[in-house]
Design a protein around this ligand. Structure first.
Ligand code: FMN
Length: 192
């Protein structure tokens, strides 16, 4: 897999990768334990230093790995990955140890943090957990400090998304329920 379109994103601009409310994939690794799950409840939290939130249910293996290792990545999948995204959100590795193989999920490592990223996505944020035991326990809410961000320059460059005039396959996914998503819609601008 070549990564010629993957370009670093300034951490101060990393919030824009999530500002439009995409469904994300959450990935994590602790030694030989590697998992990826879908998450609709991920959000930017602060511009600088860049922070994000994600809600991770206690039933998920991905959460267990994150609790052990203290790092995770959020990545923005695209329409080309809709089936994989839904499968990653429907199968638990607790029940299916071969989950990633079944889902056809391939990983790469952009730096030496050891956090795996999912091939074929359009943006990636590597995050270090800011431990907040009460929020994690009571609300399943995890806060991460963004330590690295990248995006596919075909759709994100100069600090902005450019979804107009790109193939549908590269558009972000926005979850409704029950296997239904929207792809990102038309760009419209205020006259102000
Ligand atoms: C589109 C979609 C969005 C989801 N969003 C969330 C979420 O925000 N938080 C969460 O805990 N689970 C969410 N889920 C469910 C998890 O992805 C699911 O429980 C997954 O199987 C966990 O896998 P794991 O146990 O291998 O980590 C979502 C599922 C789908 C299909």
């Amino acid at each position: 897999m070549t990564h010629t379109n993957i370009k670093p994103v300034e951490l101060e601009k990393a919030y824009r990768l999530l500002n439009h409310g995409p469904t994300v994939l959450v990935s994590a690794q602790n030694g030989k334990d590697v998992d990826v799950m879908a998450a609709a409840w991920a959000c930017a939290l602060e511009f600088s230093p860049a922070k994000v939130t994600v809600v991770l249910d206690k039933s998920t293996k991905t959460r267990q790995i994150i609790e052990q290792n203290g790092y995770f990545a959020l990545q923005v999948p695209c329409f080309a990955q809709i089936d994989m995204t839904y499968q990653l959100g429907s199968i638990s590795q607790f029940e299916e140890p071969d989950k990633l193989k079944i889902c056809g999920t391939e990983l790469f490592y952009p730096d030496d943090s050891g956090v795996p990223l999912v091939e074929g996505c359009i943006a990636w944020l590597i995050c270090k957990v800011i431990p907040e035991p009460h929020n994690q326990q009571a609300h399943d809410l995890f806060i991460g400090s963004v330590i690295g961000a990248w995006a596919d320059s075909r759709v994100f460059r100069d600090g902005h998304w450019h979804f107009s005039n790109v193939d549908n396959s590269l558009k972000s996914l926005h979850y409704i329920a029950g296997g239904t998503f929207y792809t990102i819609g038309d760009e419209v601008k205020t006259s102000l």
